[in-house]
Design a binder for this molecule. Structure first.
Ligand SMILES: *Cc1c(COP(=O)(O)O)cnc(C)c1O
Length: 427
């Protein structure tokens, strides 16, 4: 919005020169000559993450069981320590955040805790565009409560197959809805939902609401002090760059402290009594009461390390560059690629889009294969979407410019035609 761009490689280089984040790129491991546009699926490794991981390995090697007491219990309290660093990304208190599991397990935890169906209020509102695992977890919780998904699950429909309208979501918040689970940013179209509006409307109707921040955390700042959701979940391997399967996170609003955790485990017990080995669970007083088992230190260490970069740079600056570099990519698509059948599927307004561009083309699949052979790592989503994430921390404007030149050449020189339509699993 209000951005002024010019065509040409020289201009891209100028943008890199004036980019105050350009220096952080050197902290990440990029492959020479490769343009990485898939940070929304798996963020890149960094020196900070590597150092933190090797460091805990060494502590384990030297200290064995004493690792739990090393550095004043830093690793025994690893979730709390990481929460202290991560809280700035969502503007929440550290005692409202836990580091555990995966998005999938944490949705189970959220629904197991907050879904308390009654005769008149028992429905769960989701959307038809959400990621499958969110729906699987929700359905399995519905089964466990003895209900049937077809009676309980309500899906907000999308009018265009890409985006959701906030009005449509609100219009589905009927009296009988008990809980809502929605993504902050839609994984295909990059639409950023107005979380504050939706949360307020849910609360007006006495509905519990949880957000899945998979495609926003580390890219879009969230102000949980004003959004005030009941719970939220996220993964750490996308924009948080913490590695494949890195330990995920969960937020529990402090107004719910004291509620019984739906799923319980010994790390959710109060520290004082955890090792008394009682069979009566003595739940910790804050979000830590929702923890389950022993911290998976090696999958948490890279997050601990990389959060230093986030805090050094600041999430506001990351968002500003992300909006700017994605706007630049949209400008180039409009000006150079629309004549080749490419179009933009994501919303264009800053306040309605996340960190990736949803590029549509009827030949998207074969183009994505050609991109790989041109040393570009994209991400393809059926039926016609190429997701391109110029991640603020490590993608340069020059790379974005070169990417657009490659996208142009793939069509102009008919490079895509040498590939088969037959789907191979794109990883
Ligand atoms: C990436 C993603 C997931 C992945 O779930 P995991 O349990 O981390 O494998 C879930 N939901 C959404 C919306 C995602 O984008």
């Amino acid at each position: 919005m209000g951005y002024v761009f010019k065509d040409g490689l020289a201009f891209a280089k100028e943008l890199d020169k004036s980019d105050s984040l350009h220096y952080v790129r050197d902290r990440f491991y990029l492959n020479e000559g490769e343009i990485y546009m898939d940070g929304n699926s798996l963020g890149l490794s960094s020196k900070d993450a590597e150092e933190a991981l090797l460091n805990v390995f060494n502590i384990w090697r030297q200290e064995a069981i004493k690792i739990w007491g090393a550095e004043n219990g830093r690793y025994f309290n690893f979730s709390k320590n990481i929460a202290e660093k991560l809280k700035y990304l969502i503007n929440a208190d550290a005692d409202e955040i836990i580091i555990m599991g995966s998005i999938t397990t944490n949705i189970h935890q959220g629904i197991a805790t907050f879904y308390a169906p009654t005769e008149n209020k028992y429905k769960i509102l989701v959307d038809e565009l959400n990621f499958p695992t969110d729906i699987y977890a929700t359905k399995s919780m519905i089964d466990l409560k003895g209900y049937k998904a077809e009676d309980v699950l309500v899906k907000v429909k999308s009018k265009d197959g890409l985006t959701l309208s906030e009005e449509d979501i609100i219009s589905k918040m009927d009296e009988d809805v008990a809980l809502i689970l929605l993504p902050s940013v839609l994984y295909r179209s990059s639409q950023l939902i107005n979380m504050e509006l939706i949360t307020k409307e849910a609360h007006k109707r006495g509905i519990i609401i949880g957000w899945d921040l998979a495609h926003s955390i580390g890219c879009v700042p969230h102000d949980f002090k004003s959004i005030d959701p009941d719970f939220a979940v996220w993964c750490s391997y996308k924009y948080l760059n913490s590695g494949p399967g890195a330990t995920a996170g969960m937020y529990i609003n402090r107004k719910h402290f004291g509620m019984s955790a739906g799923l319980k485990g010994w790390f959710g017990n109060k520290d004082e009594s955890q090792f008394l080995m009682n069979h009566d669970f003595d739940q910790d007083k804050d979000a830590n009461g929702w923890l389950l088992g022993t911290h998976n230190i090696f999958s948490m260490a890279p997050l601990d390390g990389v959060l230093n970069i986030f805090n050094e740079v600041g999430i506001e600056k990351i968002r500003a560059k992300s909006l700017h570099i994605t706007a630049y990519l949209m400008y180039l698509i409009d000006n150079k690629l629309s004549k080749y059948g490419y179009s933009i599927g994501n919303p264009r307004e800053d306040q309605r889009r996340g960190g990736h561009i949803c590029l549509e083309h009827h030949e998207a699949y074969r183009i994505s294969l050609a991109l790989r052979d041109n040393k570009v790592i994209p991400d393809y989503r059926e039926p016609n979407v190429i997701r391109l994430a110029p991640v603020a921390l490590y993608v340069s404007y020059e790379e974005v410019y070169r990417l657009v030149e490659i996208l142009e050449r793939i069509i102009n020189d008919k490079e895509f035609e040498k590939y088969s339509f037959e789907r191979v699993t794109v990883l």
